[in-house]
Design a protein around this ligand. Structure first.
Ligand code: DQA
Length: 157
């Protein structure tokens, strides 16, 4: 994190540490470390400082979000994995943070099983990007940066 840049917190939820070893038809072969490296590289290009966090424990994710309240993040990008579909606890935690949140998914969740079509996080997120693999994260980072810029400049581009 950097005092002068735009600071973005990227949150990865349950099972996402298994990217690269998990269901390649939906998630490809890219690992979480490669996703984080690509986000950091794009962030450097765009003047964003990217901090990533992954956990398989819902309470740890809630506490990481609480901790962010005392840190200087300007936006959140979150792929909550299966928590997306049922964790009102994570949605409520995100709602506490007064910064824009962008939901992302590697797979095209609306083209899969019915239970994946609902996002309980949608009510606290500005929007969602899904189905583009690694590119979903990169687009999500760009969207988060655009939202921060919009709030700063009070314009929408
Ligand atoms: C996912 C989609 C979720 O439905 C699933 O439970 C995941 C990954 C995605 O990135 O496509 O774990 O969030």
């Amino acid at each position: 994190m950097n005092m002068h840049s735009v600071n973005i917190l990227v949150l990865h939820g349950v099972n996402l540490n298994m990217f690269g070893k998990r269901d390649p038809a939906h998630y490809g072969t890219v690992s979480l470390a490669e996703i984080d490296a690509a986000l950091t590289a794009l962030g450097a290009e765009l003047g964003l400082a990217v901090t990533s966090y992954q956990t398989n424990h819902e309470g740890s994710m809630v506490e990481r979000i609480h901790q962010a309240l005392d840190e200087d993040f300007h936006a959140i990008v979150i792929n909550a994995g299966a928590w997306t579909h049922y964790s009102h606890a994570i949605a409520d935690a995100l709602d506490i943070l007064p910064v824009p949140k962008v939901e992302v998914h590697m797979s095209h969740v609306h083209a899969r099983q019915a239970f994946r079509r609902e996002s309980v996080l949608a009510r606290v997120c500005a929007g969602s990007i899904e189905g583009f693999g690694l590119e979903s994260y990169l687009l999500g980072l760009r969207a988060a940066a655009a939202l921060v810029r919009r709030d700063r400049e009070k314009t929408w581009v």
